[in-house]
Ligand binder design. Sequence first.
Ligand code: ZN
Length: 299
Amino acid sequence: MIHTQCAICETDAWDRELYPDRLGADAATYTRFSARRQPDRVHYRIVRCQKCGLIRSDPVLPEEELARLYCGSAFDYEEESVCARVTYARYVGESLPLVKGRTRMLEIGCGNGFFLEKALGLGFAEVHGVEPSRQAVEAASPAVRGRIKNELFQEGLYPPGSFSLVCGFQVLDHLTRPNEALRACRALLEPGGLALFINHDVGAWTNRILGERSPIIDIEHTYLYDKKTMVRIFCKNGFEVLRVFPVRNEYPLAYWCKMAPVPACLKIRLLPVLRRSRCGRWILPMRAGNLGILARVGG
Ligand SMILES: [Zn+2]
């Protein structure tokens, strides 16, 4: 296991343990590193930096092991991705008036490209994606598959200044080196280019009430941000923050039930019924604890 430090303060001097680990013997499986799986309360030891408030996992699996798990992770959230696409398109749409050139857009962690397909209609000359999961990229539609690099996001994948918008949806929490990733994003943006990220808000009332039972306290998440720490990590890496906002998600009732902290024995009975029923497919909009940030590079 690898010891981590606060990504904002770059030290562990102000750590306070929030929760001891709940890993068990076989925690590191491909299924556990697959997006939108049913929460199972398996997580690393969780600490909070008392100086800046950033919450993180410590220690975590070595990077090579994490890379192996993400590359082999499953893509089985076709239904949910349709709803997520609507949410992401709304926030990208709202940001468009501020995007100067609309030349190229990049999505980091694009899964099967479900949002890239939508982005094709938003007026960008080109859309591109990066995604480590082989299964997800194989599931991409022919319209976007050739635009997806099947690897982990890192510096040097594209020439500097290639993009007018870089997006990351439910990605930042997973990164073990967020400073490097944000600097790489900054380098990829043209002058005045924008970054739009949406991820969990550890400061949201839902997550504060649930505490360790919140689905975001999860082995996949290395860092967990709130409004304040999101702004700080973007500023630290050379971005000017334009907007930080709570995100409204639209999902079917059955999905909200899958993610809710109710006992697994109850879900096993309830979920199949909900999935078959009309009311389980009802789309419910909810501010369920996600946070968005829109930030700009100078120039
Ligand atoms: Zn800190």
